[in-house]
Design a protein around this ligand. Structure first.
Ligand code: SAM
Ligand code: SF4
Length: 469
């Protein structure tokens, strides 16, 4: 791989970020209300506005931010939560990220890469639980070339078990060169996620001391290259705990502005994982900027308001109570029933935890998560319809096109939820789920639409599959 970063300059302006954070150090309630209203008016915030939200300390004003984020989610996106599972393909890695269980120097990590047969078993095992959407995760290693990534994605799409199939594969892997992205694009991936980890370059260089990932600029421009390679569905993220969380949120915003400016479209999703403990990785016990639960909630709500048009991903790194609470602040996708050891879905060997990147906070099964979502009034969705109908950037369309959620997203969520209930759920979840579906059907105001969805639900009950709008 060529590392041509000549002539590139960082588009993360440390000086401006610090200036905004200093100048907006004590925003009053009128300013905060105006900023929230701007976001509710479907406008992306500017850096000084995000800085103001980040500096809010007063509990009442913070509550205004939480309420604003909730209102935005309810008004624009409704009560759907999209479900996916991570699939770890290989944990070999030539980098040495200090916080990661897969780093090259970690002697306690059991290295492993799935063979084709093992990959097929993993996929079948996920399909047998009801999953339809995956994110495939790879360490950074010459083995995991663009051709290899493309081949493993094709294997996943070609693997079926019973009524199960994977309908959308997203990727979290090292940044490629433009040609590499072209190769991966050809096999029909959904989102390509690359987390910058930290937007603070000096910290970055300490945390990623060696290997290809040690180049801050190569990574920072990774998604530009993805765009040039034809992938316009991109996920950004920062690993919370390496540097001040306020700076990281500002970094995510500046990355968004850069993509908007260069390509006319911002990121499809934003992720904000917190550092979790990892085997053989002392660093994770004491991250230098550990983010408290309060700060985490604040940053989730602030990101929601700052970039109202993106999807937001919350992973099973977080414990159940935090997941339940921040779901309402605008999260659109969560993973469920996740295992993050290489081969851990089909091989329950007691050593698989040594092949895992970190330790999960939420270990409920998919069925348990779905039951709880339904109890809390969320519609679990496995929808992949936009991607398959060639409508890219579904979160942006949900946001920007009036009536889109009512016409496509809610009906598709109900259909894919029903499919799950008929094929995979426990009795308890089936009952709770069917009750929720009926309640939601009654809330579809257009009678013709309501009847069309009811008809499709009958077809699903009779055995038809993969129906969508
Ligand atoms: N190797 C590729 C890379 O680094 O971009 C892709 C996969 S890496 C396994 C996926 C992400 O996991 C990283 O970008 C990082 O943010 C996150 N991660 C690594 N160690 C973690 C830890 N201890 N706790 C939480 N997340 C972690
Ligand atoms: Fe390797 Fe990615 Fe872990 Fe860094 S975060 S050590 S690149 S797997």
């Amino acid at each position: 791989m060529k590392f041509n970063i000549e002539g590139l300059k960082s588009f993360i302006p440390d000086g401006d970020i610090n200036k905004h954070l200093e100048e907006q150090s004590s925003p009053d309630s009128i300013r905060i209300r105006d900023i929230i209203n701007k976001s509710l008016d479907k406008q992306r915030l500017n850096p000084d506005e995000t800085a103001a939200l980040l500096n809010v300390q007063d509990p009442e004003l913070r509550q205004m931010i939480f309420d604003g984020a909730k209102t935005l989610k309810e008004r624009i996106y409704g009560n759907r939560i999209v479900l996916f599972a991570p699939l770890y393909v290989g944990n070999e890695c030539i980098n040495d990220c200090v916080y990661c269980g897969f780093r090259q120097s970690n002697k306690e990590c059991l290295r492993s890469t799935l063979s084709k047969e093992q990959l097929v078993s993993e996929v079948k095992s996920l399909e047998d639980k009801g999953h339809k959407r995956l994110i495939m995760v790879y360490g950074e290693h010459p083995k995991y070339s663009p051709e290899y990534i493309a081949e493993t994605v094709e294997t996943v799409y070609n693997t079926k078990s019973g009524k199960g199939e994977i309908r959308r594969v997203n990727i979290n892997a090292a940044p490629l060169d433009v040609e590499g992205f072209r190769i991966v694009k050809q096999v029909g991936i959904g989102t390509y996620q690359i987390f910058q980890e930290t937007y603070h370059q000096q910290t970055y260089e300490k945390m990623m001391p060696s290997g290809p990932k040690s180049s801050f600029l190569w990574r920072l421009y990774g998604l530009d290259r993805a765009m040039q390679g034809g992938i316009d569905d991109l996920g950004i993220g920062a690993l919370m705990g390496l540097y001040d969380y306020k700076f990281e949120v500002m970094g995510l915003l500046y990355h968004t502005l850069h993509l908007e400016e260069m390509f006319g479209v911002g990121p499809h999703t934003i992720s904000f994982p917190r550092i979790e403990p990892a085997v053989g990785t002392e660093f994770t016990q004491h991250p230098p900027f550990r983010v408290t639960d309060e700060q985490f909630k604040h940053l989730v709500a602030t990101i929601r308001l700052s970039v109202p048009y993106t999807g937001m991903i919350l992973t099973a790194r977080e414990p159940i109570e935090i997941r339940n609470e921040v779901l309402s602040y605008g999260v659109s996708q969560i993973d469920a029933g996740s295992s993050i050891g290489v081969g851990a879905y089909s091989d329950t060997d007691s050593e698989t935890y040594k092949k895992a990147q970190f330790v999960l906070g939420d270990t409920r099964t998919l069925d348990e998560v779905i039951y709880e979502l339904a109890q809390h009034g969320y519609i679990p969705s496995f929808c992949t319809s936009c991607y398959r109908a060639g409508r890219t950037g579904e979160h942006f369309m949900e946001f920007a096109i009036p009536g889109f959620v009512k016409r496509f997203c809610t009906p598709n969520a109900l259909l894919t939820f029903a499919e799950y209930l008929y094929d995979y759920s426990s009795q308890k979840t089936l009952q709770a789920g069917l009750a929720l579906i009926e309640k939601e059907l009654q809330q579809i105001p257009d009678e013709t639409m309501q009847q069309t969805v009811r008809d499709k639900l009958v077809q699903l009950k009779e055995g038809k599959r993969d129906l969508y709008f």
